[in-house]
Design a protein around this ligand. Sequence first.
Ligand code: FES
Ligand SMILES: [Fe+2]
Length: 405
Amino acid sequence: MTTTPVSPDQISPAPLSPSLVATLPGHYYTDPAIFRQEQEHIFESMWFCAVRAADLVKPGAFRTVQIGRENVLVTRSRTGELRAFLNVCRHRGARLCTEESGEVRRNLQCPYHAWTYDLDGKLIAAPNLVRMPDVDRTEYGLVKVALREWLGYAWLCLADEPPSFEETVMGATIERLGDVASIERYRTESLALGKRVTYDVKANWKLIVENFMECYHCATIHPELTEVLPEFADGYAAQYFVGHGAEFGEDVRGFTVDGTEGFGRLDGIADDQDRRYYAITVRPQVFINLVPDHVIMHRMYPMAEDRTVVECDWLYAPEIVESGADVSKSVELFHRVNVQDFDACERTQPAMDSRAYRSGGVLVPSEHHISEFHHWLTQRLDAGNGTNGTQNAENTKTTENPVLM
Ligand code: FES
Ligand SMILES: [Fe+2]
């Protein structure tokens, strides 16, 4: 049998079957120009969950994080507040702190010409500064970044006029759980870190978001998770009904890798939150997972169009962590889920450049709600670029009822 070679032009999208919805075209996951637009109009414009507050206990403790195109320095002031600054010396621009984390004793001193700032960002000393009395020490202080603390994390926003935190960040949890009290009952800010794993994922951040939004893959790649949450096995994202938490299987005693006993229920959660798993996506870069005895927080740091660092924290009641209890069976369940998910994303990333994916792939009914994410993304980029939202949105045909079938 002979086959006719197929030219790239011949791989054009066939009309979609009614069950299917188009994804974004492949270049959205590989094009550095699109990633740059996302940095500007998404990561530098929205609230970004950057640092766990309890990681910076002492004044002078700092952490540096990449948010969009900026490197940001988060530190604790002498009076105990968290502060965030662009990590850029106001003299000639050297990066102040090059380490990812550390602690300064009193002040932040630039390693280049020794301009020195206090922990509130004010310029307090520089060689020969006394001979320049006209230099305003506040004006030449570090550039501040907006910061809100919620759920025990510092959320930063680089926008000149940050969007409402209540409407965006809290709004995402209300959209998912029905109210903000449902998440605050877990008292995440009072929990202690049992384990942190950092994953360096060779995939575009959107593939990770899309993967988290659907459970069509659960039966194939998450045997342990579907054992604990049997309703995930049918592939429908039942977890996305407002207020619905996936119920533990009948024989499951805890949210652990083998379904054995976990820990006591967290103080404050409601009876109807017991034996249930809730997943929340806070755009653009946070996943929150709630189970009765712990909380799992994922923060993504998109580094390039094909690379995303994910920091995942497992948080428990402080007495559990202080007692040295073995949390490994509890951690192992979602660690496996993470590895399984990130492997799938890494397997997908190279194909985004293939001519087979030039016009994108398709979403099946249990994934249709992902097109709402695509629509949101293209609208943000179009708005940021001053276009009217039709040019890109054409690529993300939405269904009338995109959320659940
Ligand atoms: S660049 Fe920082 S002191 Fe000169
Ligand atoms: Fe998954």
